[in-house]
Ligand binder design. Structure first.
Ligand SMILES: CC(C)(COP(=O)(O)OP(=O)(O)OC[C@H]1O[C@@H](n2cnc3c(N)ncnc32)[C@H](O)[C@@H]1OP(=O)(O)O)[C@@H](O)C(=O)NCCC(=O)NCCS
Length: 346
């Protein structure tokens, strides 16, 4: 592409009418597990988000967006993509710069840009951003006809290995109490919580955002010895039981474990394929496995009939080997190995 043709690219706010154009440049992204087709219209309705398309000769050739988070002082940049036939010509740089200029103009109070990426981002990018944290990604695909067998397999592994760890679903009030009172650095390195590749601080305003997304919050107290008795659905506590040595204002004690998920979303791969991201916080392998079993079981309860699931697990790097073993026998679905959180001051 010549300099002139790069100048021919216009960047404008994205509309509902650009949906097909954005999809036409998105083929094969994340090996068919792209979240944007399902999220595009929901994102457009979000007053905290701005979306842009790059157009050449009237056709969409690029997309990017930002979302205001952390009480309005940080912007998370999400969804960047350039048409395959236009890549390697600097368009990603142009659309990102446009996004930053719009951000600066509309929200001069924003001082930080944050994003998540897979491993090995371009060197040019790493010279601008600082690495905040990196987690292991383990991804597997569970076809519809193997859903039950897979749950059975995971359950056997949880119960037969090191014992189970009771997993409690948290009510919105309990989550709120934790947001207000906890010192969360142990679970959230550098105070960053990533849910479904969206990197947020533990600022209270982000809670509303997570609630709107329908996040399922699950907690375990890993300071108690793990039990070999499985927790049946009928015994499942309906609220978080606080550890005996903690007060209601500090429900998280050292060694606690948390997991987050949102209901599975349909992805372009076809054949009823859905994407399900489970974010794990903490380092206890027994708790991690119990949480995966719990979260996958919950996902299958809401999965449309005939649906299959691609599960993306994000966990601390120290859990990679153990969780890879835990998932052995389930078909891997490789997209990326790592989830990096990057930040830049603007
Ligand atoms: C990643 C992608 C957007 C790069 O587009 P491109 O136009 O070919 O990018 P170029 O190689 O021309 O790089 C130009 C600029 O974009 C930046 N860039 C390249 N890849 C990037 C990435 N993954 N994230 C952020 N910036 C990126 C470069 O650092 C460079 O910045 P500069 O001009 O300010 O120095 C494109 O390959 C794509 O659409 N891939 C599929 C979707 C995807 O992986 N998106 C990224 C994760 S959301």
């Amino acid at each position: 592409m010549s300099e002139n043709s790069l100048l021919d690219v216009q960047i404008v706010p994205a509309t509902a009418g650009d949906y097909d154009g954005v999809m036409s440049i998105s083929g094969g992204i994340y090996n068919g597990a792209d979240y944007l087709p399902c999220r595009y219209h929901e994102w457009l309705r979000d007053p905290q988000r701005r979306m842009f398309v790059a157009k050449s000769e009237g056709k969409v050739v690029g997309f990017d967006s930002y979302l205001l988070v952390d009480g309005g002082v940080t912007a998370v940049v999400q969804g960047l993509r350039v048409a395959p036939w236009m890549r390697g010509r600097g368009i990603a740089g142009v659309i990102q710069q446009f996004c930053f200029d719009a951000l600066h103009y509309e929200h001069p109070e924003v001082s930080k840009v944050r994003l998540t990426r897979g491993e090995d981002p371009p060197a040019a990018m790493m010279s601008k951003y600082r690495l905040m944290h990196s987690k292991a990604i383990i991804s597997v695909v569970i076809p519809n006809d193997q859903l039950e067998a897979t749950i059975k397999l995971l359950k056997q592994r949880v119960e037969s290995e090191d014992g189970t760890c009771p997993v409690h679903s948290m009510s919105p009030e309990e989550v709120l109490s934790w947001f207000e009172n906890s010192t969360s650095d142990e679970l959230f390195p550098k105070g960053i919580l990533v849910q479904d590749w969206l990197p947020l601080s533990t600022h209270r305003s982000n809670l509303q955002l997570l609630q709107q997304r329908g996040v399922l919050w699950c907690y375990s107290n890993t300071s108690k010895p793990h039990t070999h008795k499985s927790l049946h659905a009928s015994q499942k506590p309906t609220s978080l039981s606080l550890p005996h040595n903690s007060t209601p204002t500090s429900p998280f004690i050292p060694g606690g474990f948390l997991s987050l998920s949102t209901p599975p979303i349909s992805v372009p791969l076809g054949d009823g394929m859905h994407r399900y991201d489970i974010d794990l916080f903490g380092t206890d392998p027994v708790a991690a496995k119990s949480h995966i079993l719990h979260q996958v079981t919950e996902a299958l309860r809401v999965l449309p009939t005939g649906g299959s699931v691609i599960c993306f697990l994000s966990a601390e790097e120290t859990l990679r080997a153990e969780l890879t073993r835990f998932c052995q026998g389930i078909a891997p679905f490789f997209v990326v190995r790592e989830q990096l959180v990057l930040e830049m001051d603007i």
